[in-house]
Design a protein around this ligand. Structure first.
Ligand code: GLY
Ligand code: MN
Ligand code: MN
Length: 442
């Protein structure tokens, strides 16, 4: 796991922005204060075991406290934030440790021993933000998850603060370390499960700390978009690896995909061409661009690539026009990322809500907004060989333009995807992922 520098320098400015966004959200919703619940453990049916705890993203936007369920953050405009930190008296479990990092200088902290003790701290006119819990109606909240406040906060958080970008750079460093270890394990002919273990060890993460389940597909496994089966057996051949795996730092995610060829040949050419194509698309990430335009540019580029490498017999333009690019590239070009790997607010028309519809015929695009300075998105083009989709093309006539012999030869390789996280800045795109890999090599 790499040594990481401190992100504390930008925390006070981050907190000021988070407070200002909250003040504005309260104005819009007509409330005087905000209580943000960390959330409570969720128990499995008829069991005394909880699911892995996932903190409320609104809570971790304020304080990097990821594992103190039952805690609550209070914001009253003009005052310092107050964190009611739940530290139960418990000899069965280790209670969450009271944070002492530099950020704690900017927040008042009250230790509570039971979550209900936070109730006496609720200010008048307070809206609650978080998962409603049993008995919440007794707490005297003026509202629970008022839509006007949520809309405003969700819209605003697409643009990251300097602190958030620092956190995401560090998450990327961890992710890159995991990816390097995974690539080495692939070269050593490991199983999917062994590659996963190598990834976890290099990132220092437990499985439940990953921002999403690792997708690690050897050979045909790379052709299943969300393949998480992690076969224990080493395959006879290591033709290809598609690994889509992230990491987090202080609750901010990275989302990275790499594809590797086991030997030279057409699949290796496809990986190299996809890498170049992906970098071209990353260069479009700038303030003001409509993200759907990047998605359309991806289809145009993938059409051209399919034609150039001989997977289709028509032109790239024709492959886009007849929908054949969707057979090979059946998902969106990416999404917002930050506190959640697929971050919220991707379709919002404004801070007051409303929807910007997806372009017709593109049901899996997750972001239709124009980018602003500080917006972080993923750029993740791919080409896959999926029987379900290929059969559909065969049936509806588009198959006449497919070079079936080439596609059949590539099927055992599953697919290829390259994914980086990119910030739109006034000075141009800042790729968070590529420098994280370069830093490992340095
Ligand atoms: N890791 C899921 C995605 O790329 O969106
Ligand atoms: Mn992604
Ligand atoms: Mn991904």
């Amino acid at each position: 796991m790499p040594e990481l520098p401190s992100v504390d320098a930008h925390y006070p400015a981050h907190l000021a922005i988070v407070q200002a966004r909250a003040d504005h959200a309260l104005e819009l919703s007509g409330h005087g204060a905000l209580a943000i619940g960390a959330g409570l453990p969720l128990y499995q049916f008829l069991d005394d075991q909880p699911y892995p705890f996932k903190v409320n993203p609104h809570f971790k936007a304020w304080v990097p406290v990821l594992a103190a369920p039952g805690s609550m953050l209070f914001h009253v405009p003009g005052r310092r934030p107050l964190l009611a930190f739940l530290q139960p008296e418990d000899y069965w479990h280790e209670p969450p440790r009271l944070p002492t990092d530099d950020w704690t200088r900017h927040v008042d902290i009250a230790v509570i021993r039971e979550s209900c003790e936070a109730r006496r701290l609720v200010p008048p006119g307070c809206a609650f933000l978080g998962e409603p819990f049993s008995g919440i109606e007794e707490w005297g909240f003026a509202a629970v998850n008022p839509q006007a406040a949520i809309d405003s906060l969700h819209y605003a958080r697409a643009a990251k603060t300097a602190y958030e970008l620092d956190c995401m750079r560090l998450a990327s460093r961890l992710g890159a370390a995991g990816h390097r270890a995974a690539a080495e394990a692939f070269a050593a002919r490991a199983s999917e499960y062994e590659i996963h273990l190598a990834y976890l060890k290099a990132t220092g993460h437990c499985e439940e700390q990953l921002p999403y389940p690792n997708i690690i597909g050897l050979n045909e496994g790379g052709g299943i978009l969300h393949y998480t089966d992690l076969k224990r057996a080493r395959p006879a051949e290591h033709r290809s690896l598609l690994i889509d795996a992230g990491a987090q730092y202080r609750g901010y995610a990275c989302d990275i995909t790499r594809s590797y060829a086991g030997a030279a040949g057409l699949y290796a050419e496809l990986v190299a061409a996809m890498d170049a194509l992906q970098l071209e698309l990353c260069s479009l990430v700038r303030p003001g661009i409509d993200y759907a335009a990047i998605h359309h540019a991806a289809h145009a580029a993938i059409g051209a690539l399919l034609a150039r490498l001989g997977l289709v017999r028509c032109s790239g333009e024709a492959a886009v026009a007849n929908g054949l690019t969707k057979t090979f590239f059946p998902h969106g070009i990416g999404h917002l990322i930050g506190l959640q790997v697929h971050d919220v607010g991707g379709f919002m028309a404004s801070e007051r809500g409303g929807t910007i519809d997806r372009p017709a015929g593109h049901p899996y695009l997750r972001l239709t907004r124009r980018l602003e300075p500080g917006t972080v998105v993923t750029i993740e083009p791919g080409i896959y060989f999926v029987d379900l989709l290929l059969d559909e093309a065969r049936r509806d006539g588009r198959g006449r333009d497919v070079a079936w012999n080439v596609v059949e030869a590539l099927k055992p390789y599953g697919g290829v995807r390259i994914e980086d996280d990119v910030v739109a800045t006034a000075a141009g795109p800042e790729n968070l992922t590529r420098p994280a890999f370069a830093a490992l090599a340095a």
